[in-house]
Ligand binder design. Structure first.
Ligand code: B12
Ligand code: SF4
Length: 532
């Protein structure tokens, strides 16, 4: 093992939420843990501080803000205690940029000689702007971080400062200027990378089934769940998506055998029993996808899985859905975005046919795989009429095929075509601050065109969620009434009570109380299981 002098500390910053922003959730920091893994493999001393996990606190701030994660005072103490020479700070979302910057200032307050490095999707897109406004950042890693960070730490360790200008994908300061080196080619052989540095993270905390803040617990399944990513890059060109800016346009994959050994590792070492495939394009290479699914079954790997980030509907079919189910898939998502083909073709450039979406929804129902579909309102070029079509399309999928919809508001993320168009045509109602971006993803739009404004979008957005919850309640009631009615007169009476407005208070009872009622009912009618 080589001996190096410098200690690196990688930090996942706290997150701040605003009145309109989504529910907070802790998540496993995949990107940071890949960076840590390569440094560790090459013999560098590296530690990871996930402030969303260690010494977790929830603090209310000014103007309806809530900050989740270790307090900044405790972060300061941790940095002092760990005495790093280099601090790498992750910036996964522009919406959370301010806390990352605050950490860089804390580091420089402790000791200006500690080197600060920013990395992640946000800084990859706007390194110059971020560094120009923040003296406390020494370096920014643009794009994939593993090899750039490794080279940087290595050169700093050897005091090869003059070679820093040769590190591809790095931004740095020189003579009061910000220099950006040529981009680093994307990693071609992803299998050459070590697995995420699970051994350097507090795995028990990510797998704690009692932690209600874990993103992975949001379906209330209480499973030991981890996200993994088996490919990078996307060849498509959706106007709102920023992925190609830091992961490129070419799909790069881990081989099926590497994915299977990754799965074996986390299921065996950490008793993980549910996996989220967070790929942008899990199904794009159909052959590889099928080999993974077959391998899971052949090797008898026991876990359930889903695809919360969505898969392309046009790369699915009934056969593959059956295979997915057989290999443990319990839920999957697709992203039609709009219910109007013109918007998909001419506005978003998604290259997805809505007929294919309907086909997949039908097939998923036949196969018995629950399906979720993402929709977005408010792209320039859309009319209110188009958005109503989206709403109706989502309704139809829900009614006919039980597809649960999720809705977002078009958000001009930095560096996307959507952002450029909005800036050029003057559609933005305010500057794109992290707060504005954070609120926009969750309903408070920032785009105004001749066809619509944020108030129109808010009405549609609220309507969409209202319809969704009404539909879900209706479906649940239908299920309950159907199963109760099987139990003679007592069951029929209970079914009438369940749907009657006079007994609406029963439906509002907490799930725990409902469970007690359910069990009492089962005892009365002498059956084991009546309501799923
Ligand atoms: C899983 C996921 C989530 C999860 C967990 C996040 C996570 N980071 O694990 C959850 C559900 C929480 C989530 C939420 C949101 N997400 Co998200 N999410 C993703 C997704 C699909 C995968 C992330 C991942 O694991 N990537 C794989 C790793 C290997 O890549 P990486 O994280 O980029 O890390 C590499 C480099 O960036 C760099 N790097 C990263 N950190 C560091 C640190 C240092 C020091 C260095 C040197 C390098 C470095 O090196 C890493 C290895 O190469 C990405 C899309 C994608 N494919 O990346 C979107 C993505 C990160 N999300 C995005 C967005 C917009 C959101 C939401 C705003 C969506 C919403 N509508 O609410 C929210 C944010 C809420 C909030 N907190 O404010 C955008 C971010 C764009 C931006 N500039 O803000 C992305 C890129 C999707 C997109 N197509 O545009 N997300
Ligand atoms: S939204 Fe999905 S398909 Fe479109 S560019 Fe982004 S990752 Fe690719």
């Amino acid at each position: 093992m080589k001996k190096f002098r410098l200690n690196t500390l990688l930090i996942n910053p706290p997150q701040t939420y605003y009145r309109y922003s989504t529910v907070f959730s802790k998540y496993f920091p995949t990107g940071l843990s890949y960076v840590a893994a390569l440094l560790d493999k090459e013999g560098f001393h590296v530690e990871v501080l996930d402030t969303l996990i260690s010494q977790f606190e929830i603090k209310k701030g000014e103007k309806n803000t809530v900050t989740y994660g270790m307090s900044f005072n405790n972060i300061k103490n941790e940095i002092i205690k760990r005495r790093p020479d280099i601090v790498g700070i992750a910036g996964p979302f522009t919406a959370q940029a301010e806390n990352a910057l605050r950490i860089s200032r804390i580091v420089k307050d402790i000791d200006p000689n500690i080197i600060t490095v920013f990395g992640g999707p946000d800084v990859s897109v706007r390194a110059k702007e971020i560094m120009a406004n923040s003296e406390s950042i020494d370096f920014a890693v643009i794009g994939e971080g593993e090899y750039t960070m490794l080279e940087l730490v290595d050169k700093l360790d050897r005091k090869n400062f003059e070679e820093i200008g040769n590190i591809l994908g790095l931004a740095y300061r020189k003579d009061n200027r910000i220099c950006i080196n040529p981009p680093r080619p994307f990693i071609r052989k992803l299998d050459d990378l070590p697995l995420p540095a699970y051994h350097l993270l507090e795995m028990d905390a990510y797998l704690n089934t009692n932690d209600e803040h874990l993103y992975i617990q949001r379906f209330g399944r209480n499973l030991r769940e981890l996200p993994i990513i088996t490919s990078r890059g996307c060849p498509y060109n959706c106007c709102f998506c920023s992925i190609h800016l830091h992961m490129g346009k070419k799909l790069r994959i881990h081989s099926a055998s590497q994915v299977l050994s990754h799965i074996s590792h986390i299921t065996q070492e950490y008793n993980v029993n549910h996996i989220h495939f967070e790929d942008d394009n899990l199904t794009l290479n159909k052959k590889r996808f099928e080999t993974i699914l077959d391998g899971i079954v052949e090797k008898g790997l026991e876990f359930t899985w889903d695809t919360p980030n969505g898969v392309r509907a046009d790369h699915l079919g009934e056969d593959i859905l059956k295979k997915m189910k057989r290999s443990g898939c319990v839920h999957f998502s697709i992203a039609p975005e709009s219910g109007e083909q013109r918007v998909l073709n001419n506005v978003i450039d998604k290259r997805l046919n809505l007929d294919k979406v309907v086909d997949v929804a039908r097939q998923a129902k036949v196969v018995g795989l629950p399906l979720h579909a993402f929709f977005v309102f408010g792209f320039p070029g859309e009319t209110i009429q188009d958005m109503k079509k989206t709403l109706n399309f989502a309704d139809t999928l829900m009614e006919k095929y039980d597809v649960s919809p999720g809705f977002c508001v078009a958000t001009p993320l930095y560096g996307t075509r959507l952002q450029r168009e909005c800036e050029e045509k003057g559609y933005l109602l305010s500057a794109l601050t992290p707060k504005v971006l954070s609120e926009s993803t969750q309903g408070k739009g920032v785009i105004k065109t001749a066809d619509f404004g944020p108030e129109d979008i808010k009405i549609l957005y609220d309507q969409a969620y209202q319809r969704r919850s009404q539909r879900l309640i209706y479906k649940k009631n239908q299920r309950i009434v159907k199963s109760l009615s099987k139990y003679g007169i007592v069951g029929k009476l209970a079914a009438v009570m369940w749907i009657s407005p006079a007994f609406s208070f029963i439906r509002k009872l907490k799930p725990r109380v409902c469970l007690i009622l359910k069990n009492t009912f089962i005892q009365i009618v002498g059956k084991k299981e009546i309501i799923s």
